[in-house]
Design a protein around this ligand. Sequence first.
Ligand SMILES: [Fe+2]
Length: 224
Amino acid sequence: MTDIHSHILYGVDDGAVTLKESLALLMQCAEQGVDGVICTPHQSGSERRTKLIKDRFAQLCKAAEALPVRLYLGAEIYYYDGMKEALRAGELLTLGGSAYVLVEFSLYGGMTDIPDAVYELSIMGYHPIVAHAERYGYLSREDFFNIRESGGLIQVNAHAFSQRPCRKLLKFLLRNDMLDFVASDCHRAEGRNVDFTAAKAYVRKRFPNQYEKLFGDNGKIFRR
Ligand SMILES: [Fe+2]
């Protein structure tokens, strides 16, 4: 399984702080059966830090050589006016250099019409993945259908499966075959860590036919 959303790269955002912590998170991945990790530090219009991120990534790859986890570079991009131009100019990081792009939106709504934004990215040839979809309380069920019809993919955080208020949405997404990725969105070795236990148990019990899609070799779409 590949974890497509993680803040494992240290010292570039609010994720891991030290190289030691990056390595501790990668160990957690290995223990959880994750054999591929896409490092997705935050990027936004004002804070892209692309060079720093690339340098850190090279450093982490070297330090983690002995670990049984393949590393890829990407970003979690906060949607902003001008994102499309920046992507076109190669100023933002896509997942493993593929056409897949992890995008987050305002948690409070009113800023961007998510289905519209997804559509705009799709017609450029990208596959936008809506990051931690369980966190946008303002999205209606219809919005989720529209996101999918507009070419968007949906990611939820593994920790959402242990949060009761998220259960209805998770059930809705799984029932309609609209959940594409469960990712850790891990930030720290303790607290917001890597833990797929609850997510795997829930899907295995309630939606066993989707288990392989979510926790199997889901990384093949990024590999070139
Ligand atoms: Fe994140």
